[in-house]
Ligand binder design. Sequence first.
Ligand code: COA
Ligand code: AMP
Length: 633
Amino acid sequence: MSDKFQEIYRKSIEDPENFWKHASDDIFWFKKPSKILNKSNPPFYKWFGDGVTNTCYNALDVHIDKGQGKKTALIYDSPITGNKSKITYDELKSKVSKFAGALKDQGVSKGDRVIIYMPMIPEAVIAMLACGRIGAIHSVVFGGFASNELASRIDDSKAKILVTASCGFEPGRTVEYKPLVDEAVKLANHKIGKMILFQRKDHEVKLNAPNEISWDEALANAKDTDCVEMNSNEFAYILYTSGTTGTPKGIVRDIGGHIVALKWTMKNIYNIDEGDIWWSASDIGWIVGHSYIVYAPLFKGCTTVLFEGKPVGTPDAGAFWKIISDYKVKSLFTAPTAFRAIKKEDPEGKFFSKYDLSSFESLFLAGERADPDTIKWAESLLKVPVIDHWWQTETSWAISSNCTGIEMMKTKYGSACKAVPGYDVKIIKSDQTLAKPNEMGDIVVKLPLPPGTFPTLWNADQRYKENYMSNYEGYYQTYDAGHIDEDGYIWIMSRTDDIINVAGHRLSTGAIEEVLSEHQSVAECAVLGIADKLKGQLPIGLIVLKAGVDKNNETISKECIQMVRDKIGPVAAFKVAIVIKRLPKTRSGKILRGTIRKIADNVEYKMPPTIDDPAILDEIRQDLIDNKILNNG
Ligand code: COA
Ligand code: AMP
């Protein structure tokens, strides 16, 4: 048991206000908070309530004030287009301050929402920071989502402006953003005021005046714009994430707590200092991208890498090693699926041996369970610590991790290490009592959550309370299940809701079912996530047709797959829809998704005592065999 870590952890749990007050001294405030935590209205806790600060000031200006303006803030590397650039803190501030002026010229002011639907280019980061500069609330939407999803975010956020680009590039395919955005704007009930579009080189698209303008036009007369003073509890951003229904949840982040917590994590969790080069290989559309491509590294004042590429195929399985070697990256953060993809293509690490990785000190993995095989493979190749840590869009930073900047702890393969300071993690069993070491149950966190987590959901206080804070009085329900062992190591075993993790992307099977149900021939359906060697999980759909449908099954299956791609997006990776005769259910009519999943994964299952007709399970098994689904993992 490590004393230094234990001592810091203990202080954070016994006296959180003092702990976070101390951390808050490390950020820039226009007015320091006099009250650290307001507990008067649980579960709505407020950190640093009367503090006044600004997200963008803490990301850029503060470092320039300290004479660090010439340091590189952002390295952009796009193996897909061949573009590369380095942007200093001075240059980034100048670009952000001008774009903030452009947003103001288009009528955006404090509190307005701005949707950002962009590929991994510096302008996406500039747009995010510009929002922070003028106190607008950004909502970044991942480029792999289709128009429908974008429209639902426009409607829920009631965005004033949408910032986009002419296209994104996926290996072998150009993602035309403009038609997707046009369709979303058409579908949305709320009408956005303006669209600002960044024209990518050699891929310009036509704009429709007067409410569509190019990025360059918007900048033409824009003036430099200073940071506005923001109350700590005003919102920095909304990030929509999958809920248990098709309606996404708008996770909000308040300003002061976000800066304090994320800056603290850079040294304490990741052991990153101001002079270091840090790389998070994710996408700005996900929480990992928000926190660890953009905000935390810039709050810390180090250099962050923005990579527009993939672990394999851009151009080969050496892409990650090239970036680390070219820019002397100290630590990388990505999803296990990226390493599984590299391992699959280059199991012996032939590409790896071509590069000098002497700068590299640690690899962090999150977003899904890191399987021990992948961790061990990465360790043997990289010869540095490989750290699995666990977190969620809701929290924006790790709930459990090896805190390498405090004290390196030993690895237990399959565990996401110990609770990070600030998080009092417990396991609650189905009988509502606290679990003993190694007993399984729901993983919960005692309230109040630390700063930087979600104080509520956008315009949905009640949903926040009912969904997350009501099942276990005084605790936040993570919807993950697992256990804590005798050494305090946390083992995340599964989700307890219908969320699945596909290539580190969070998806709701319920949302896919909603789309399938809209097909006119579908009577009922079940979508489940089955084990997949590369992506961790893959969604499959089982469809029961309405009586009298005379279309051929293959056609219906293809139509269903296309509907999911059109309505949710390619990111759903939905490629299998099987027509079956009937679904196994309990006597009360509940579909036995868990049992079907076990059959598909070819693992042992108990016959559910409440099953209506056990013979259906054999039928399903045969259907899965016929469709080559069984034993997929
Ligand atoms: N814009 C548009 N489409 C996108 C997209 C984007 N930003 N990102 C992914 N897609 C598309 C892909 O092109 C693919 O489309 P396809 O069906 O036409 O092939 C589909 O969405 C599924 O994408 P993905 O699940 O990522 O699969 P993939 O085969 O393209 O790549 C990996 C697999 C493992 C290489 C990739 O998922 C990866 O690099 N993951 C690790 C890093 C990461 O992003 N983690 C997430 C958060 S930490
Ligand atoms: P997201 O909100 O997209 O970051 O997804 C959060 C979910 O991903 C968590 O609730 C977990 O189910 C899963 N997850 C994230 N990190 C890990 C991890 N290290 N081990 C296991 N599951 C993880």
